[in-house]
Write a protein that binds this ligand. Sequence first.
Ligand SMILES: Nc1ncnc2c1ncn2[C@@H]1O[C@H](COP(=O)(O)OP(=O)(O)OP(=O)(O)O)[C@@H](O)[C@H]1O
Ligand code: NI
Length: 307
Amino acid sequence: MPILEVEDLSISFQQYTVGLKQKNHQVISSLNISLFAGEILAVVGASGSGKSLLAHAILGILPSNAIMSGTMKYAGEELTLKRQISLRGKEIALVPQSVNYLDPLMRVGKQVRTSVNDGDAVLAQRKVFERYHLKPDVENMYPFQLSGGMARRTLLSTAMVSGAKVIIADEPTPGLDPVVIDEALNNFREFADNGCAVMLITHDIESALKIADKIAVFYAGTTVEVAPVDNFTGDGELLRHPYSKALWRALPQNDFIPIPGSQPHPSSLPPGCLFAPRCEKATPKCGLAQPEMRKLRDGMVRCIHAT
Ligand SMILES: Nc1ncnc2c1ncn2[C@@H]1O[C@H](COP(=O)(O)OP(=O)(O)OP(=O)(O)O)[C@@H](O)[C@H]1O
Ligand code: NI
């Protein structure tokens, strides 16, 4: 049984346009994703593909104007708003994408200590600061006194001391030096190896490949593929979805060929398969309905042509 399960999640926003007309922006469409204990699932995809919104939906911190449908389960039980509030920061911890999540009026040492749920909070905070090379005097600083990298290490510390069983890390490493990135990634690996689970949202496919077990590829608000990490090899011949293959080939160490076209805007999603307008394999049938996510070999794909 997955520790965390998202089924048929859709999220939209009502936007007002000229003349107070309302327009629906579909930002997540029938998304399914499962996270298992002991596993790191990396979530990759272009900017605006809905990665952070997925994280916020799981934590129950979507903006109030978001319209959400679908179900989420944690440890087999439905993740209601009440459960989200009681589990947040205790069983499920978020490393947020923005350093603005730090409380500007609280010393950072204290912020990290309030996240400790078990044992000596001061000791836990000092140990984790040492691990992330934050000097002892940093605990008395306020967020505005920190560099971007220090603020990010504080956010990582907050999740790491929480004792959570699931960490959702939303772009946890930009701006960090390579040594700290490796340490943070190794910590995630250790954390998963101890029976916990990590959802690592990242643009950095290379780092994800080093530590993740599976990679979920996002496109325009949904998963197009979930593949074991070792499928990302060669020319991408083991990958299932044309977008995953294209993303893989576009990496600098591969062919470095960008994919023509761009991801559709949430206000104007194409009918049927969301990738069809950019896909070499598209046939008229692709425009009829969004393909279901289906099992293919040891992964999942949302494409009628994938073999
Ligand atoms: N409060 C909001 N109101 C309207 N649209 C929103 C809101 N928050 C996010 N969106 C839209 O939802 C889409 C998904 O955003 P999200 O932040 O999840 O993307 P992302 O994959 O995390 O991108 P990035 O890699 O840049 O962090 C984007 O098109 C964004 O503009
Ligand atoms: Ni994001």
